[in-house]
Design a protein around this ligand. Structure first.
Ligand SMILES: Nc1nc2c(ncn2[C@@H]2O[C@H](COP(=O)(O)OP(=O)(O)O)[C@@H](O)[C@H]2O)c(=O)[nH]1
Ligand SMILES: [Mg+2]
Length: 369
């Protein structure tokens, strides 16, 4: 039976990174792994990053898994038919109610798959904003989505444990036990591997998938999603073969300029991420909060995964209107990328629509026969 694992959690919580590390770990044990990414629009940084694992990646773009359940099922089926023994799927970060709308429908309609428990990741800073009394710039209904994600989870993992102080490393597990006494919770770092074994080994033989369905106020959920403007863009960059621009500096400049512009309005950032390919080198950038640090790194390009086009993929989810977000991004592209001839191939900015799930179960589906 093919295994299906969903790893949810809010924007920037570390899902894609954990998916990639889990996929590599399972592949090293001889398992064939397939991956599913998900977004409201095409041109996904995540898909590009996960293809680097060398594993098959299917993309459900244009709608979340719950609102396009058939598209999700089709992606999983196609990966399994190509030989995947385990499928790892990453739902949209602002998505919740997955137990009622995805896990339980899968349990009911797809007995031939081994559905494993729903893991939800939470960024430690956001966790401390919600439960540790720290101030938050995030809209209350976006925080409501994060709370629902944790409440419906079968496993809660506070991510990026490598960034925590000693005090936080003891404070967070205590808070987790107090708030979610009945759940399996823990700390994890996909970067150092801390907590990976403790999470994954029991997960692979667990049977408690989608055990919790929580009441959801869809007006608050829709509002929490709608406060985030969404933008996905792909830009062709014209650079002469003899020119060797400092791509890392350029990408850092772009994200820092973006950050300081957004800081003027104080709008919280969910996640800004970019992949920049230039002269067959690949650079990845991330920013996961308004006052966070811009991280840029070069990732080794190899063999078939070498991207030959000089191209920037840019994804931003920010608490501002899609129109303002688009104006800002177009202006910054023109200013910062001005040393090159650029051509915007695609640019979509949108406000996520009201979630309208294909199925919604009010009770967990019965046990497998
Ligand atoms: N320090 C640290 N950073 C991490 C870890 N996991 C993810 N990140 C960083 O957090 C940011 C968001 O990660 P990503 O996997 O794209 O999150 P997603 O939006 O939930 O898919 C990126 O800059 C990652 O490099 C971790 O375990 N430790
Ligand atoms: Mg992701």
């Amino acid at each position: 039976m093919a295994k299906l694992i969903l790893i949810g959690g809010f924007l920037g919580s570390g899902k894609t990174t954990l998916l990639a590390e889990t996929a590599k770990k399972l592949a090293s044990q001889g398992e064939t792994v397939g991956l599913v990414t998900n977004d409201q629009a095409p041109e996904l940084v995540d898909t590009r990053l996960l293809r680097r694992t060398g594993m098959e990646v299917a993309e459900v773009a244009g709608s979340c898994f719950c609102c396009n359940f058939d598209g999700f099922i089709h992606s999983v089926q196609s990966l399994i038919s190509q030989g995947a023994e385990t499928v790892l799927a990453e739902p949209v970060g602002s998505c919740t109610d997955l137990s009622a709308t995805v896990l339980n429908p899968v349990k009911k309609f797809h007995h031939d798959w081994n559905l494993l428990p729903l893991t939800v990741l939470v960024d430690p800073r956001r966790f401390l904003e919600i439960f540790g009394g720290q101030p938050s710039r995030m809209e209350t209904d976006a925080l409501y989505i994060m709370k629902l994600q944790m409440e419906e989870a079968d496993r809660i993992l506070v991510s990026k444990s490598d960034t925590l102080s000693r005090e936080e490393k003891s404070q967070i597990p205590t808070l987790l036990k107090n708030v979610f006494p009945e759940k399996t919770t823990g700390l994890i770092s996909a970067r150092t591997g801390e907590g990976m074994e403790d999470w994954l080994t029991p997960l692979l033989v667990a049977e408690d998938a989608g055990t919790k369905i929580v009441p959801v106020d869809y007006d608050r959920y829709a509002h929490g999603e709608a406060v985030l403007g969404w933008l996905n863009a792909a830009v062709a960059v014209r650079v002469q073969p003899e020119d060797s621009p400092d791509a890392a500096a350029l990408l850092t400049g772009l994200l820092k300029a973006f950050q300081s512009e957004v800081q003027k309005s104080g709008s919280e950032i969910g996640h800004v991420k970019a992949v920049f390919n230039i002269h067959q080198r690949e650079f990845v950038a991330n920013l996961t909060s308004l006052n966070g640090t811009v991280h840029v790194r070069e990732v080794p390009a190899s063999g078939d995964l070498k991207e030959t086009a000089n191209r920037l993929i840019f994804n931003a989810r920010v608490q501002m209107s899609p129109e303002s977000l688009e104006l800002l991004v177009r202006r910054l592209f023109a200013e910062i990328l001005s040393p090159f001839g650029i051509e915007i191939e695609t640019l979509r900015s949108l406000m996520p629509g009201r979630p309208n799930p294909t199925h919604r179960f009010s009770e967990p589906a019965g046990e497998k026969p």
